[in-house]
Design a protein around this ligand. Structure first.
Ligand code: HEM
Length: 483
């Protein structure tokens, strides 16, 4: 009996003790859970998987992603808010501090995160998929071609490409040309021939266009789908590039053709391959990636620069004066030099202001590789982060009267991570210098050689998902008698 009482009281005490421990654990867990929940940024996750994807795409199609998706949520929740896009819980961040934090913490807290279709079409060995040392090695090889010495060599090559392009397509057109489509062909030729040093054969441009058409398409691989067509085109390009790589590598190894001193990016990539720093797959994937990275972005930046020049006659007058001054220093037949492009200060302000108002890239996705704490919020490991250009470009705290076109605002120094059409941190655009030269040189040739006007001054911009003028930006054209 005594034993029974002892046993009963022991089990009772044990029960009470266990219950107390369990409640403590549950309470702590609940508190912790609430704490984490409380610390997630505010916002709506929407329906399971689909979340707010439909609203996001609807705004994207109209090129009003900032105005119709981001801004209303910022007004409700603040600069940082959560949502769910394409199955992924996502935090959208806006503002210079957020840009600095997420862009400069690439590889430490976040890594870039691309849709599976983009990775399959660009290749898993392209720079956008690389981290750490491998990323640094590829950046170094690209950087060699775009060093100051490399740019000196690039300028006359770009001038020649622009001249040939205008002669072939513009001088033979009756009186109108699609500026956007024309610059797409030109940008492609500049990347292929001037940067990489590979001759463009007929059909190469359209095959690449088919790849790029699938980069953001849904990953549906049935016959005739955008993604399937793009994959087929990728195989064709791969076959063509493998042949070029083998032939050039053989010539370089036998000393029959200029090695890296030739300065082209292909020679630098192959130099890296011969030294065993990178593989053949890395050479091929990065050639495809560079075309993708340069193509629609530079063409859109040029198109928007011309749109702004057309809509602001005072700006056109100032800009033209700058180019006439440069021409006055040259004799007939002289080609532009790197030094001449450095004198195009106002033109670069116009181009920068056009990219502020019409950034070719809305922003891009990152993935948290650890739990991140930022401004009192938790961003759980595995969640996506989307940084945006518009979050600072359209913010009156960053730019006075932000919707006004005012190139002279770039006479002042802009604080870091405020103006970010080319991104920032370790993944800052690797082709920034090439894009700049491409824009400046093309503007120089067009404004000094042609009178032109927009056929649709109010042409809509569409996004798919990169922005483009919906009619290809046709312009009316006539050669100038003399500047
Ligand atoms: C106006 C034209 C251009 C714009 C606005 C632009 C914009 C950008 C942006 C925003 C990024 C960063 C993406 C991110 O953080 O996820 C980027 C990366 C990159 N861009 Fe550009 N780009 C332009 C032209 C070019 C050109 C001409 C090339 C090369 C030929 C190029 C090559 C690259 C590469 C290789 C990267 C990846 C860098 C890395 O991951 O380390 N871009 N670009």
């Amino acid at each position: 009996m005594a034993m029974e009482i002892f046993s009963n009281s022991t089990s009772w005490a044990f029960f009470c003790f266990a219950a107390a421990i369990l409640s403590a654990i549950l309470l702590t867990h609940k508190r912790g859970h609430n704490k984490n929940k409380k610390k997630l940024p505010p916002g709506e996750m929407g329906l399971p998987w689909i979340g707010e994807t439909m609203e996001f795409f609807k705004a994207q199609r109209k090129n009003r992603m900032f105005e119709e998706f981001v801004q209303p949520r910022m007004a409700k929740y603040g600069k940082i808010f959560k949502t769910r896009l394409m199955g992924s819980p996502t935090i959208i961040v806006n503002g210079a501090e957020a840009n600095r934090f997420f862009l400069s913490n690439e590889f430490k807290l976040v890594i870039s995160s691309w849709p599976t279709t983009s990775v399959q079409l660009m290749g898993s060995n392209s720079i956008m998929e690389k981290q750490g040392d491998q990323h640094r090695c590829l950046r170094g090889l690209i950087g060699n071609t775009l060093s100051s010495a490399g740019l000196e060599v690039l300028v006359p090559k770009i001038c020649k490409s622009v001249e040939l392009h205008l002669e072939k397509y513009w001088n033979n057109s009756i009186d109108r040309i699609s500026l956007y489509h024309s610059t797409k062909v030109l940008t492609f030729t500049i990347v292929f021939e001037c940067l990489l040093g590979i001759k463009v054969e007929s059909g190469t441009f359209s095959t690449f266009e088919r790849i790029l058409d699938g980069v953001f398409a849904p990953p549906l691989a049935f016959p005739g789908s955008r993604f399937s067509k793009a994959k087929k085109a990728r195989k064709e390009v791969e076959k063509m590039l493998v042949k070029i790589v083998w032939e050039k590598k053989k010539k370089m190894e036998e000393g029959r053709e200029g090695g890296e001193e030739e300065g082209t990016l292909l020679s630098h990539l192959l130099g890296g391959m011969i030294r065993g720093e990178i593989t053949e797959e890395e050479v091929i994937d990065n050639v495809v990636l560079l075309v993708f990275a340069a193509h629609d972005t530079t063409s859109f930046a040029i198109a928007m620069t011309f749109k702004m020049i057309a809509q602001h006659p005072d700006c056109h007058t100032l800009l033209l004066r700058e180019h006439i001054e440069i021409m006055k220093q040259k004799t007939e037949g002289d080609i532009l030099t790197l030094e001449d492009t450095r004198k195009m200060k106002y033109t670069w302000q116009v181009a920068r202001e056009s990219m502020r108002l019409f950034p070719p890239i809305f922003g891009s996705f990152r993935k948290a590789i650890v739990d991140i704490e930022f401004e009192g919020f938790i961003i759980p490991r595995g969640w996506k982060v989307l940084w945006t250009t518009h979050g600072t470009h359209y913010n009156e705290e960053c730019f006075e009267d932000p919707l006004k076109f005012n190139p002279s605002r770039f006479e002042e120094t802009i604080p870091p991570y405020v103006y970010i059409p080319f991104g920032g941190g370790p993944r800052l655009c690797a082709g920034y210098q090439l894009a700049k030269l491409n824009i400046l040189i093309f503007v120089h040739y067009v404004v000094t050689r042609y009178d032109w006007s927009l056929i649709y001054p109010d042409e809509q911009i569409t996004m798919d998902p990169l922005p483009f003028p919906s009619h290809g930006m046709p312009i009316k054209l006539s050669p100038k008698s003399r500047v």
